[in-house]
Design a protein around this ligand. Structure first.
Ligand SMILES: C[S@@+](CC[C@H](N)C(=O)[O-])C[C@H]1O[C@@H](n2cnc3c(N)ncnc32)[C@H](O)[C@@H]1O
Length: 291
């Protein structure tokens, strides 16, 4: 832009014309590109507002003032890089999270599963495994566990290591017990664990038919055909492009007449594969594959 000052023409830097949001976006893009190049973790297609929020929280926690400052720090301090990546892996989970889902599942999905000779279930984005142990308990109560194999995957290797152990802190049990009772649990919840100091160890026989492994929904391909895919509270962190990729992967991995379950705040409505499914429970986001 050219500005006339008296006799002189001044070329004002286009830099000043850029608005603050544009610059912030650029800083975020450079930082995410750097993480990808250095660590191989690709957060470039994650929901930008969620990434932005986490970045600013980390900027503050590290006593910095800009995202560029954070970029400099993570590039030269691997412990800071690890802290930031941990911020991006949102691990929040619970046993029998959204208890109403399990009630609907018993009513709408279990009757179909009963008819199958073997049941293959994929928990995509299982975090530290609470969702998988909950499903194992439900299946045991319905007499279906022995013919089921549960495949549980997550991008975060640390979460997978924890999930394999099946140990949670005692402090969480009040919430988990309440969830279990609200979810239509048929036994006393304490039957499924033993207490060891501040920890709770889940009945090791629940692990018998579980397989835990690392898998990235953004780049890895289908690894089996499933009767049920559960991917709750994961796609909400992806942008549209990455969500579509994950939906393609689910379609490639789900048998005809199989079920897809998403999180309460997620939906198949904007997916290019919407027509392949029929809604079974609108609230609980349970879909059946029809094409
Ligand atoms: C909020 S947790 C949800 C856990 C569980 N499904 C639930 O609803 O309680 C989201 C999980 O998605 C995982 N995740 C994020 N990006 C992923 C990706 N590209 N591929 C696989 N898992 C991913 C995270 O590591 C995290 O464990």
């Amino acid at each position: 832009m050219v500005v006339q000052v008296g006799e002189m023409k001044i070329y004002q830097s286009s830099f000043e014309e850029k608005d603050v949001n544009e610059l912030e976006n650029l800083e975020i893009e450079l930082l995410l590109e750097g993480i990808y190049k250095i660590c191989g973790y690709d957060f470039r297609d994650y929901n930008r507002s969620s990434i932005r929020r986490r970045l600013w929280n980390r900027v503050q926690a590290e006593r910095l003032t800009t995202i560029s400052g954070l970029q400099e720090k993570i590039f030269h301090d691997s412990t800071c890089m690890r802290r930031l990546i941990k911020d991006f892996f949102i691990q929040v989970t619970e046993m029998f999270r959204d208890p109403e889902f399990f009630i609907s599942f018993r009513r709408n999905v279990v009757p179909y599963l009963r008819e199958l000779p073997v049941i293959r279930i994929w928990h995509a984005g299982c975090s530290t495994g609470e969702e998988v142990y909950s499903m194992a308990i439900l299946l045991r109560e319905e007499g279906l566990y022995d013919k089921t194999r549960l495949y549980a995957t997550d991008l975060n290797e640390d979460a997978i290591v924890k999930a394999k152990k099946g140990i949670v802190t005692l402090g969480k049990m009040k919430t988990y017990t309440r969830n279990y009772l609200q979810s239509g649990g048929k036994e006393s919840f304490s039957r499924y664990y033993t207490v060891n100091g501040d920890n709770v160890i889940f009945d090791q026989t629940l692990k018998r038919n579980m397989v835990f492994t690392q898998h990235n929904l953004g780049i890895d391909s289908s690894f089996n055909e499933f009767n049920l895919i559960i991917c709750k509270n994961v796609l909400i962190y992806f942008n549209k492009k990455l969500q579509d990729k994950a939906h393609k992967l689910f379609l490639d991995s789900l048998s005809f007449g199989g079920f897809l379950v998403l999180g309460k705040k997620e939906s198949i409505d904007f997916s290019p594969y919407k027509h392949k499914y029929k809604e079974i429970d609108t609230e609980e986001k349970i879909y059946i594959r029809i094409e």
